[in-house]
Design a protein. Structure first.
Ligand SMILES: N[C@@H](CCC[C@H](N)C(=O)O)C(=O)O
Length: 284
């Protein structure tokens, strides 16, 4: 089968975007993996599948598949690319687009400067809803947000704070992201038995109350140049721990994301770039 696709990126987190608004599309995990393969396919951290509105009050649905072929709940950089995709392809003329994801409805809004702001919804902190199993662990209070000891490989213990932005995140504070052991610890945290659905592992360096640097080892994709939900999770955790103010610039290896959160009961707003790289057709 021949598939038309658009290659996109948001702060260097890259996507193959597929249009399933007129014709449904059901690929196997192997076919998604083949598309994401950087040598034998198009290459991407995630595949995004744009579908028709599933219910009144929503404009589209949008599914997210990691490079490993597994479908997941949420993707922040993908949400911005989704919004640009539907506008560029004439599928919507709205500036604010409501889209159903596996973890709920989010609302990207195209800005006059070409960036996209996404209402990512409220963060979730209850361990069972992340999901995270803290049973038998001793929490360390850090402001209004606990840190948990995670033993890695029987030799190292790291302190992580956990949150869900629709998808699970474990974030640790490091002195310098350039020297943080992302490649060594990332896979161990991702697959840690305390996270029954695995987890995205964030490494956050606080530069000031409104500026952090962040690297994320993503579940199902490895380290990416940026992770939008990871940036949201790191900032809300940093705010609850008393390190950060409500508006924070997050420098990733692929570019800057701006995150705003005004506390409990309010949604997280994420602003950043969305870029189309090329279009093509591939046999799957
Ligand atoms: N790159 C994304 C997150 C994609 C999903 C993630 N790997 C997961 O498995 O939860 C983002 O920008 O948020």
């Amino acid at each position: 089968m021949k598939l038309r696709f658009t290659k996109m990126q948001g702060a260097g987190n890259d996507f193959v975007v597929l249009d399933a608004t007129r014709k449904s599309l059901a690929l196997s995990p192997e076919q998604y993996r083949a598309l994401a393969d950087r040598r034998f396919g198009v290459g991407a951290d995630q595949i995004l599948i744009v579908g028709p509105a599933p219910a009144p009050g929503v404009d589209f649905s949008y599914r997210i598949v990691n490079a490993d072929g597994g479908e997941v709940e949420q993707c922040g950089n993908g949400a911005r690319c989704f919004a640009k995709f539907v506008r560029d392809h004439g599928l919507s003329d709205k500036d604010a687009i409501r889209v159903q994801t596996l973890s709920g409805v989010i609302e990207p809004r195209l800005q006059p400067d070409g960036r996209v702001t996404v209402d990512m919804g409220e963060p979730v902190f209850e361990p069972a809803r992340i999901p995270f199993d803290p049973h038998g662990l001793q929490a360390r209070p850090a402001g209004g947000h606990e840190q948990w000891p995670l033993e890695l490989g029987g030799t190292t213990t790291v302190m992580v704070a956990v949150a869900s932005m629709g998808n699970p995140h474990a974030v640790q504070r490091v002195d310098n992201v350039d020297t943080a052991p992302v490649a060594e610890q990332g896979p161990l945290i991702e697959a840690h038995p305390r996270f029954p659905r695995r987890v995205n592992a964030g490494f956050m360096q606080v530069l000031s109350r409104d500026h952090i640097r962040l690297r994320v080892y993503e579940r199902g994709a490895g380290e990416t140049l940026a992770c939008g939900t990871g940036a949201c999770a790191a900032v809300v955790i940093g705010i609850r721990q008393g390190w950060l103010d409500a508006r924070v610039d997050v420098d990733t290896r692929g570019g800057r994301l701006s995150i705003e959160w005004n506390g409990a009961g309010t949604p997280v707003l994420m602003t950043g770039p969305a870029v189309s790289v090329f279009e093509g057709e591939i046999e799957v």
